[in-house]
Ligand binder design. Sequence first.
Ligand code: NOJ
Length: 568
Amino acid sequence: MTVTKTWWKDATVYQIWPASYKDSNGDGVGDIPGIISTLDYVKDLGVDVIWLSPMFDSPQDDMGYDISNYEGIYPKYGTMNDMDNLIEETHKRGMKMILDLVINHTSSEHDWFKESRSSKTNPKRDWYIWRPPRIDENGNRQPPTNWVSHFSGSAWAYDELTGEYYMHLFAKSQPDLNWENPETREAIYKSAVKFWLDKGIDGFRIDVASMYSKTYPLVDAPITFTDREFQPCGQFFLNGPRIHEFHKEMYDKVTGNYDAMTVGEVCKGTREESLAYVSAKEKEMNMIFLFDVVQLGYGADDRYEYQGFNLVDFKKAVHDQCEFVSGTDAWSTVFIENHDQPRCITRFGNPSKKYHAKSGKLLAMLEAALTGTLFIYQGQEIGMTNIGRDWDISDYQDIDSTNYYKEFKERVGGDEQKLSKLMENLALVARDNARTPVQWDDSANGGFSTAKPWMRINDNYPEINAKSQINDPNSLLSFYKQVLKLRKAYKDLFIYGEFKVLDYENKNTFTFTKTQAGKTAYVVLNFTEEEQPFEQLADGKLDLLVTNADKLEETKLSPYEGRIYLLN
Ligand code: NOJ
């Protein structure tokens, strides 16, 4: 099948998570003028598109994924005027900008919800999902189903005023919108989608795009955890019965009328289920994020029940993501970090002083060679790492981890050993790992702010920061620039090529080829801190394109060494 090429397929996207990016006014919180001040840095990295995480007005219970006004800006981040400037300045530099589209839920502070909760007869009552309580055998009031919310506890909250529960798959302050109601959908399209496209933005990253359609009637989930009151319930809202109808409608009525890039967060599903969102002929979204790689080792229904993984698992995950679109008219993404995932250098590389830059470069090479639209998360390009194991639970800010910790502590009766294990797992996979302030330089607060940052900064900012790397040709940052250019120069191979693993069972090295129209790239990556044998696993003459090694040996790979060759 010949692949149609468009700007959003070729693009390198840089994700900015505003709270921790750059503070311009000394209040300890990142802001829009701060972002504007770094646009040349972003452009210089080789970025084509900026994905800006929510900057809408919000009480910030879930860092802006709880929106109280789609058409307003969170005052600490700036004004609408600042936002207009940001869009203009981004475009001036030849880059595009996509925003987060968070429309599975709003904040409970959104006017729509305030009206909805005000009475059972309010015209907007049905814009959210309300149900009467269930009364148990002892005459006690219980939530309508036993579903667990993503942030622990019941997925239902009781509202005294009208004596009913509303559904919230995430925080209590994030009530789910009722997509069954056509009037609600029209309001979403107008306020959240069209408003911004008309302002000139270039598309959206679509939050939890597989969750809008719930399965009715709402029933209890099977018991997965016998020691827990509320149960995983994904089968009742992931890829639900009307989800494709909803996406097609949004495309027909809004996004399809613009040259918009749309990338959906589609969490779990079979290959067929996921392809249905992004097959070009279906006209829904351009591409989706697949989570095989970033979720490696997470517990199946609980990320904090961390299981570990090896390089063979890693290869399988990369393979499945690359294979996803093979032979179809669909498109996909490449990413290894975002605001919900820990730092890749800690998870997949080696953050020690000795191997920080080298293993960071190894991961940069891997990313640059994979099929799909490439996403890089703020700080990834300088190798920001996870927070330390010494962090106390009081240092954590994320509602996901802090709620989980509270519930877990109760569940295990304060068992110190289990709590310590949980803290270890948090330091490995919690979302806050990626949310620490960006380390711009080695001055106080890492140059992020002149004031105490809203969130604890990673202690290693004096060693790992952008300033120390920017003029160093051997730095990770310089290497990122180099491989991003290379990816573009050989885009047929890297962005569009067919992927094939050559050493599946090898637990130390990862060797694969990318092929397109008779041309082949040969990639070999040593994922260990030991030397590994270098054996050529495909016939032809190897011409080196890039490596992170100082000097190449014919028969050996040094620790974390990677090489990308053309195979002629
Ligand atoms: C996915 C977002 O990436 C995450 O940060 C957020 O908490 C949930 N969706 C809820 O909007």
